[in-house]
Design a protein around this ligand. Structure first.
Ligand SMILES: Cc1cc2nc3c(=O)[nH]c(=O)nc-3n(C[C@H](O)[C@H](O)[C@H](O)COP(=O)(O)O)c2cc1C
Length: 172
């Protein structure tokens, strides 16, 4: 069985497409990809993976994409133990129309899963990003990999490449 599980909440497929690229970069033998729209079976399945990579775009004003709502409710109700689990985050946002909460959903996931004992890897420098506020920035870095396919599509491949290097180094 693969030891990395990628779980993605994505309304229009933007974050899911990047999830597919991450799976390809890490190797499909090592890495299973789940679209939370159809493939959420609960935490027992998720906890079979040592490494979890969570993708989530930001909606509302700084909120998680809808398909993460049920898992987060289960997390609050069932209180599963994520101690010893390694988590990395990525997600789409829009810094022009929503720069007051740029990719803030990553900060929401970070807080919820930190509270359940998980250890986060692969933060990303804020250099080169423009935004007014982001709940995803902690200690001066994004808690995961943010990208903006609405306004900065051309920058995503280079940013993703850089983040994958950080991710692979943190996993080594
Ligand atoms: C109603 C609405 C609210 C949004 N709210 C935010 C937000 O608070 N922060 C942000 O960075 N992006 C926000 N976005 C932008 C989406 O995250 C962006 O369009 C993203 O590419 C969607 O990716 P997905 O297809 O993976 O869901 C919002 C978009 C819409 C239409």
């Amino acid at each position: 069985m693969a030891n990395i599980g990628i779980y993605v909440g994505s309304a229009n497929g933007i974050t899911l497409a990047v999830g597919e690229q991450i799976q390809e970069a890490l190797g499909e033998d090592n890495c299973d990809l789940f679209d939370l729209e159809d493939d959420y079976l609960g935490f027992d399945e998720m906890l079979e993976y040592d490494v979890l990579i969570f993708g989530c775009s930001t909606w509302g004003s700084g909120e998680v994409q809808f398909n993460w709502v049920e898992p987060l409710q289960d997390l609050a109700n069932e209180k599963p133990d994520f101690s010893g689990k390694t988590i990395a985050l990525f997600g789409a946002g829009d810094y022009v129309d929503h720069g007051e909460q740029f990719v803030s959903a990553l900060g929401v996931l970070y807080d919820k899963f930190t509270g359940r004992g998980a250890n986060f890897i692969a933060p990303f420098p804020t250099d080169g990003y423009t935004y007014k506020y982001s709940n995803a920035v902690r200690d001066g870095k994004f808690v995961g990999f943010p990208f903006d396919q609405v306004n900065e599509k051309d920058k995503t491949p280079e940013r993703l490449g850089r983040w994958l290097e950080i991710l692979k180094a943190d996993l080594a």
